[in-house]
Design a protein around this ligand. Structure first.
Ligand code: SF4
Length: 69
């Protein structure tokens, strides 16, 4: 499972980092970013909770066939 944060949508609320600090961190601009290329097996549940809990829906799953910009 791969996730990414849509930086233009993120409001920096910190919910994702609170739920799954192993997978999310803030960059210098106060925008959340995913810190791991692949979500570890034992963090998939937390990361999914973070994705579903994002108030603006800024966390999206990256499918293998999609290219990351
Ligand atoms: S939960 Fe969503 S809006 Fe809040 S910091 Fe994480 S990505 Fe940004």
């Amino acid at each position: 499972m791969k996730l990414k944060v849509n930086e233009e949508m993120c409001i920096g609320c910190g919910a994702c980092r609170g739920i799954c600090p192993e997978c999310f961190e803030f960059n210098e601009e106060g925008v959340a970013m995913v810190t791991v290329d692949e979500i570890p097996e034992d963090k998939i549940e937390d990361a999914t909770d973070a994705m579903e809990g994002c108030p603006v829906g800024a966390i999206v799953e990256v499918k293998d066939e999609e290219k990351e910009d």
